[in-house]
Design a protein around this ligand. Structure first.
Ligand code: NAP
Length: 474
């Protein structure tokens, strides 16, 4: 008999507590089957990128947390926070303890530029900066030299826009958000005057969405700067704008034209939107990328576009220019990270899968292993995109029920590494609510929605009692 009945519930381990994990939980809970869900999260705080990725000045984008909160309170769901799969419990152990293991662990690392000097002090990934200002414990101690006057951001996606906005905003624009206190303090002392947002292709190929892009023109003390010559498009780009698939680009172009034509204000900071440029080398104060110094200049190469509409790629022209900058952020896309015991495609940074079913090197489905969200499809789309993606994987899982290992499964109780006194202090959802309440309280006196804890130990110290099984009130 396949699992999913009152006597024989379907036990699923969900690895990761971001949007794709919660949407997968929602799909399973609404499946009409009797399920028991254990969600594993390596931090004591749930919600993944919604907590640690969404920009602090975009509180509306964090509203899905209300839905996740409702899911987390149902009796069939348990959070096992502060547990790292692959370290505290192995994938093999999970496979033995659950009918299915569903990986929703996102994309925690970054693509590389692959150019000399990429790792010079002063050159950072957007992930580090975003994690730092969002109080992610992994990035708490990162340092960004905001005494520099020129910052460069490579990439023109929404993450690049977030990084740009946080660098460009005044303290007054940020102080009532949930930005980490340490970041606000550093940003308050920032001497940055120029931010260069650099795309390797043209304005019609920029990846940002219009609403986010438009905000660059609404900042209190920073103006966008656009060279009108950059807005003269080639025939292929014009064709893209006329196509329905180019509707966002068309709106972005309108915003760019507005930026280019408006009178300049005497602002403290300016954002230069620059196109058809690729970084080819980062130079230190000794003039080279390997000299042990810190970032002083970025060498850029001018590109031209090649290929038909929607297939245009950047081709180097050989013309080079240098830009003096002491701070650079690489915002060229995230990448998933491997977990021992799961096939991994290092090039794409995903767990290879078919319809959400994880496959081995030969392309054969590994029974009982599933993926959803960014670790399945790569780092694209907005938070809501993950709902349909997770539902599709859940449908595959449900369709497989007759073929899954149908024996009784113990769930978390079957995991030796999590027995009391043996492994990490497991953080339940009720425990999280204690941490959550404390953060909200810390923020109240500053007029912030919350002041996040930035260290795991700080959060665990709050949990006086050993383990809270379930929240006490709905
Ligand atoms: P993204 O949208 O894929 O943008 C990546 C950017 O990096 C593109 O401009 C890309 O240019 C460029 N790039 C890639 N490789 C490069 C290279 N080797 N050299 C130079 N440039 C390179 O990624 P993202 O900004 O990290 O965003 C990830 C996802 O999260 C997106 O779906 C985004 O919309 C979403 N997000 C949404 C929000 C929001 O809704 N407010 C906020 C943040 C993130 P090409 O186009 O030429 O490849």
């Amino acid at each position: 008999m396949s699992a999913g009945s009152e006597q024989h519930p379907l036990r699923v381990a969900i690895v990761g507590s971001g949007p794709s994990g919660f949407y997968a939980a929602e799909g399973l809970l609404k499946s009409g089957r009797m399920v028991r869900l254990d969600m594993f999260e390596r931090l004591p705080a749930p919600f993944g990128l919604v907590r640690h990725g969404v920009a602090p000045d975009h509180p509306k984008l964090k509203e899905p947390i209300r839905i996740y909160d409702r899911i987390a309170r149902v009796p069939e769901f348990r959070l096992l926070g502060n547990v790292t799969v692959g370290r505290d419990v192995s994938v093999e152990e999970l496979r033995a303890a659950y009918h299915a293991v569903l990986f929703c662990c996102g994309a925690e690392s970054d693509r590389r530029l692959g150019i000399p000097g990429e790792d010079l002090p002063g050159s950072h990934t957007a992930t580090e900066f975003v994690g730092w200002y969002n109080a992610h414990p992994d990035y708490r101690d990162r340092e960004f030299d905001l005494s520099q006057e020129v910052a460069v951001i490579i990439g023109q996606g929404n993450v690049a826009i977030d990084v740009c906005r946080i660098l460009a905003k005044t303290v007054d624009e940020l102080k009532h958000t949930d930005i980490a206190a340490h970041a606000l303090e550093c940003l308050a002392a920032s001497r940055i005057r120029e931010i260069h947002l650099i795309g390797r292709r043209g304005p019609a190929q920029a990846k940002f969405t219009t609403k986010e892009f438009r905000e660059l023109g609404e900042l209190a003390d920073c103006d966008p700067v656009v060279d009108p010559a950059d807005l003269e498009l080639n025939t292929e780009s014009l064709a893209e704008l006329e196509d329905r698939a180019g509707s966002v680009a068309k709106k972005n172009l309108e915003v760019l034209k507005g930026f280019a034509s408006r009178p300049a204000r005497p602002t403290r900071r300016r954002v230069f939107l620059r196109f058809l440029l690729s970084p080819v080398e980062l130079l230190d104060d000794g003039g080279g990328g390997g000299g042990g110094g810190r970032l002083e200049q970025v060498v850029l190469e001018r590109n031209r576009l090649e290929g038909g509409p929607f297939r245009q790629t950047a081709r180097a022209t050989g013309e080079r220019l240098t830009l003096a900058c002491g701070l650079l952020f690489r915002s060229i896309g995230y990448k998933g990270v491997a977990i021992p015991g799961v096939p991994f495609d290092p090039r794409q940074g995903v767990f290879p899968s078919r319809d959400g079913r994880i496959v081995d090197e030969a392309g054969a489905v590994i029974p009982g292993l599933y993926a959803a969200g960014w670790i399945k499809r790569g780092p694209t789309g907005i938070i809501g995109t993950n709902r349909a993606d997770s539902m599709a994987t859940v449908n595959s899982l449900l369709a497989d029920l007759p073929t899954l290992d149908t024996g009784p499964k113990l769930g978390a109780e079957g995991l030796a590494g999590l027995r009391p006194g043996q492994g990490p202090r497991v953080v339940s959802y009720a425990d999280w609510l204690v941490i959550d309440g404390a953060e909200v309280q810390r923020g109240a006196s500053k007029g912030k929605p919350r002041e996040k804890f930035t260290r795991v130990a700080e959060m665990l110290r709050l949990l006086d009692r050993p383990f809270r099984e379930k929240p006490t009130e709905p």
